[in-house]
Design a protein around this ligand. Sequence first.
Ligand SMILES: NC(=O)c1ccc[n+]([C@@H]2O[C@H](COP(=O)([O-])OP(=O)(O)OC[C@H]3O[C@@H](n4cnc5c(N)ncnc54)[C@H](OP(=O)(O)O)[C@@H]3O)[C@@H](O)[C@H]2O)c1
Length: 244
Amino acid sequence: MIIGFIGFGKVSRNLINLINSDDIEFITSSEGRSQETIESIKEANVKLLDTFKDVALNSDILISANSPKSALEVAKKYGKFTDGLYLDLNNISPKTTFEISKYVDKLVDGAVIGKIDSDNPILYISGEFSDKLLFLNEFIKTKKISDTIGDAAILKLLRSSYTKSLSALLIETSQLADDYNLMDEFFETLSLTEGVEFKNKSISRINNTLNSSKRKSEELEEIIDYFDDKDLIMVKAALKKLSQ
Ligand SMILES: NC(=O)c1ccc[n+]([C@@H]2O[C@H](COP(=O)([O-])OP(=O)(O)OC[C@H]3O[C@@H](n4cnc5c(N)ncnc54)[C@H](OP(=O)(O)O)[C@@H]3O)[C@@H](O)[C@H]2O)c1
């Protein structure tokens, strides 16, 4: 079996490390890519083809893992050249996933939940062809959600709406605790119910959110836009908080 990659960053590199099988060959291309990606390809156990079109033509499974911005363009450009499955792993909205499905025959909607290089990432997949990717469970925990394209993308939004709203609430309450000089006690009392690691995880979540508040706000806007017929009071409040 041949697995091809369009995009060779953290996700693709880690997948190659995880999918450790003598029966699988990996291919990609460095067409138009940065020096960093070219170096990364050289260091990996992957065969280099001249163009991404060649990669698409030769793949049994074509994995698109490049960037949310390029996902649709990549699908439009290369989706038509593959007879194999097309697994999109980009962090894109369900709307973009539906758009991609117009250009790709055997699309599998994929969501890596948790960082790909974390201890226990899970690959959620949906779409009528997703059964054919369940063998990946041997290498990375893989769960099929349904036969419906968009379900994996919606699951990402649901997770994101919870974690980002919670981060906004954490920022607000920890600032209050700080104002009253009760920060340690605040985390101590919460750790009683939330577990011993709560303080460290919360501080990392707060810093992470503050350091990339623009991107997080954009992601919240995307959630509000997608679920525009639902009453998202908390998510809207989180967006207001992050915009301050
Ligand atoms: N990292 C994670 O844990 C994680 C988890 C879930 C989902 N994702 C999603 O998976 C995708 C890849 O993430 P990553 O962390 O691997 O990103 P990354 O480390 O930034 O790597 C992106 C790779 O895609 C290449 N690329 C960008 N645009 C391209 C195009 N038009 N055609 C071909 N290659 C292109 C980049 O090449 P250049 O160097 O030349 O730009 C680079 O090799 C993103 O959409 C991300 O949202 C990531």
